[in-house]
Design a protein around this ligand. Sequence first.
Ligand code: C2E
Ligand code: MG
Ligand code: MG
Ligand code: MG
Length: 292
Amino acid sequence: EAKQSGRNTYRFFEPAMHASAMRHLQVRQALQQAIDEQQFRLHFQPKYRGASKELTGLEALLRWTHPQLGEMAPTEFIPIAERSGQILCIGDWVLQAVCEQIARWDAAGMKPVKVALNLSPLQMRTDLVARIVELVGAAGIAPQRLMFEITETAAMKDVERSQRVIGELQALGFDIAIDDFGTGYSSLAYLAQFHCRQIKIDRFFTSRLDGDDHSGRAIVAAIIALAHALQMEVVAEGVETEGQLRELQLLHCDQVQGFLLGRPAEAPSVPGLVQASNDDLFGAAAGASAVL
Ligand code: C2E
Ligand code: MG
Ligand code: MG
Ligand code: MG
């Protein structure tokens, strides 16, 4: 019996799988020390008003440099941390680090700018709302300073729970964005029940805006039109070319984010970004109404 299953296990354990399993294990073990040894940092990527390039907010993105393994990509280690449950500890670090960073910027006299952070679906299964309230209170910042990005796939995983958590956060004054929209095959009309402020169109669709394939533009136009009809503002992710930006402006996309406009950068460069932008940093709501 044991011999039988042992043989089956061996048969499917190809060398490539072995290497990837070893890597997973290595990353998981390394993550264990990452928080204690302060290997995490945050970078901040600007979001701009589509029409004017005026700064509308920042997105906090996790960065991890391991002393031996080097710079680790979130696309590699976040899924591993999600499978192991370590994302709960990491997500809590991100929350606290963002709140403290905002407080430091305030103390330094920087103009207030809204900061978005990414939430893992696992965090929604904890006493997340109470923890957020606690950290925001400890840092002495207003809920209006934070936005939470939840991927479409995560929001749809447990609709009832998502609706409850999103509703509670919005009632407290926090903003919610649906991230990576278009990758999860759910309809925007269905997502409208969450009453989120923003949807972020996945980079995949942005990248198809200036190609030969005209269906890319039609898809983005349809998403923007429907989002606006549902009173949501639209952010296009991953804008890399002037051509994409021009198309998004023609389509009345409210906000844009991408390497063309600004790469994720470390905290000390943020005051300069803010300084260089126009006064109206809390104009995100005005962005939607200007289009409607
Ligand atoms: P996301 O939330 O959709 O973040 C956007 C990703 O696209 C970021 O990758 C960003 O660096 C990248 N990006 C921005 N503009 C461009 C562009 O013009 N071109 C290209 N090619 N890429 C662009 P990053 O930082 O590697 O993060 C990847 C994903 O990891 C994020 O996707 C998010 O899902 C997750 N993640 C990052 N930080 C956190 C975190 O603190 N908590 C959680 N739960 N997930 C996080
Ligand atoms: Mg995001
Ligand atoms: Mg995204
Ligand atoms: Mg993404």
